[in-house]
Design a protein around this ligand. Structure first.
Ligand code: ATP
Length: 511
């Protein structure tokens, strides 16, 4: 995958041209960092959600689902710490008048140092070939050791300062490192300030009696406040998990990367409740399980890496991100957090209601610890989309645009195409669709020459094209064409469904 701005621009325009993503309320010039999913986008998004849901809920006997409301009692957000601590440190550039996240500026700087070290390693790898001992090189090469140390010191200092709310030191660090506005090069910075990311709204009719509410900034709290409802009604035994997908809202300071950072987005979260003391075992289990889920989609193992957190959130005792190689570099796609008993204890304290598990074996109550997996559905969408879009040069020198989506996720699974618009071929095509539509989202296309129709379906990510021609009338066979290989095969109409099933079954992909 091209690791550059150009590829990113192509993804954005392709997403619009093929009905995947539109800017929100575009006719009014749009709303910054808010997006709408078009006719294909909504299908891809639904398929990603379902792929996640099946792997979490149906594949684990001890995980169940939940759909909590977006609006919650406002004390929820006092207890969770979001009212006091859901802040991002922001900094303005006085010359360009642009606003940045101070921590992101510093992290990007540290990433550049990391890349310098990586370059040295790659160079050495080339030079020494087979006999290269990477671990030894990293531990002993002067330059690499220096880069790694520098990167670590910067990130540690930032973590310490943010932890201690020492925003003056965060600014000092930006100045000492000589970090400039990436667009203009200006180093004329304001002080760093904290900015709360929650959107406020009101419940009730009259201004005086209305209650201040927040749009939820994460789905997790809906799970915590329902912990006992689900545990009791489902007679769940520890360890068990509750999974939920749904909208979350954050008034992000900078949102310039398409659907990577949105103000309204969707999360897929699972909170796993465990015995205190066993959280590290489960933390490791979920790190591995979630990485395997990503690998199952075949976007390339080299495009994922773990990033262990230096700075832990107020609720966590261990945290890691699964980062993906987006067109703008490796960035967080999913978080796995060991949240301790922070949330359940806090809700107990603020609500005055017990949120504990009664262990029948020991006849004792305890507050479970929680391991969370939290992934942004829109970010996953971007990962899939940007990884799948390719410009291919074919043997005859021509090019084709193809969206090589994992077939299990593709919005449209097959296009049925009558070779010509007459001689009864459209009727046969319609009949094939009648038969397939019970199991698959399929489409009909009769416009233009068949070659052009193939290209249109390639660009749309449709894994199969099924062409009905005159021979079909004689022997009930069709041509099935595969998107990625462009190979064609003659098969019986009655075999189409099983042919598709071979490639597009959850069992095949998830196992
Ligand atoms: P970041 O550091 O990128 O702001 P975060 O660490 O605040 O993310 P979490 O609170 O851990 O994110 O949320 C879990 C997941 O939700 C993230 O891994 C990401 O995939 C997704 N997510 C968070 N914020 C956004 C957003 N503004 N737009 C789209 N997805 C988001």
């Amino acid at each position: 995958m091209a690791n550059n701005e150009d590829q990113f621009k192509k993804v954005i325009s392709h997403a619009k041209e093929y009905g995947y993503i539109f800017g929100s309320s575009e006719i009014y010039d749009g709303l910054s960092a808010v997006y709408d999913y078009g006719q294909n986008g909504v299908e891809l998004k639904k398929n990603i959600r379902e792929y996640w849901w099946r792997s979490m809920v149906y594949m684990h006997q001890n995980i169940v689902g939940l759909d909590a409301a977006i609006l919650m009692h406002p004390t929820t957000w006092k207890a969770s710490g979001h009212v006091d601590a859901f802040n991002d440190p922001l900094i303005d550039n006085k010359d360009s008048k642009k606003r940045f996240r101070a921590d992101v500026l510093i992290e990007d700087y540290a990433e550049k140092i990391h890349q310098k070290a990586q370059k040295e390693i790659d160079k050495a790898k080339k030079r020494f070939g087979e006999s290269f001992d990477e671990a030894q090189f990293v531990a002993t090469n002067d330059r690499v050791v220096r880069y790694k140390k520098e990167q670590k010191e910067i990130l540690e200092r930032m973590a310490r300062s943010l932890e201690a709310e020492d925003l003056a030191d965060v600014k000092a660090l930006i100045e000492e490192l000589g970090i400039a506005d990436p667009d203009t090069g200006s180093k004329n910075w304001t002080d760093v300030r904290q900015f709360n990311l929650m959107f406020g709204t009101k419940l009730g009719a009259s201004a005086e009696s209305a209650t201040d509410l927040y749009l939820r900034p994460e789905t997790a709290q809906g799970i915590f406040v329902n912990f006992l409802n689900v545990q009791k009604s489902g007679r769940m035994k520890i360890p068990f998990g509750i999974a939920q997908t749904g909208k979350a809202f954050r008034n992000e300071i900078v949102a310039r990367q398409f659907i990577f950072r949105m103000r309204e987005f969707e999360q897929m979260e699972m909170q796993f409740f465990v015995k205190p003391g066993e959280e590290m075992k489960w933390y490791e289990y979920w790190k591995e399980t979630r990485l395997n889920w990503h690998h199952s989609l075949g976007l390339g193992k080299e495009n994922y890496r773990f990033h262990d957190h230096e700075k832990l959130a107020h609720y966590a005792n261990a945290a890691a991100d699964i980062e993906f190689n987006f067109p703008f570099g490796f960035k967080e796609l999913e978080g796995i957090h060991s949240r301790t008993d922070f949330d359940l204890k806090a809700h107990e304290e603020f609500s005055g209601k017990k949120l504990q598990f009664f262990d029948h074996e020991t006849n004792k109550n305890y507050t479970p610890y929680v391991v969370e997996t939290s992934i942004g559905l829109d970010r996953m969408f971007l990962a899939v989309m940007s990884n799948s879009l390719e410009e291919e040069t074919l043997e005859d020198g021509s090019t084709r645009t193809v969206l090589k989506l994992p077939s299990i996720l593709a919005p449209v699974k097959a296009a049925v195409l009558p070779l010509v618009k007459k001689d009864g071929l459209p009727e046969i095509a319609e009949k094939i669709i009648e038969d397939l539509k019970w199991d698959y989202n399929v489409t009909y296309d009769e416009k233009d020459a068949v070659g052009r129709r193939y290209r249109r379906q390639d660009a749309n990510g449709t894994p199969f094209c099924i062409t009905v021609d005159h021979q079909t009338k004689e022997d009930n066979t069709v041509t099935i064409r595969y998107r990625d290989s462009m190979e064609q095969e003659r098969i019986a109409i009655e075999d189409i469904a099983s042919k598709m099933e071979e490639t597009i079954s959850f069992k095949k992909w998830l196992s």
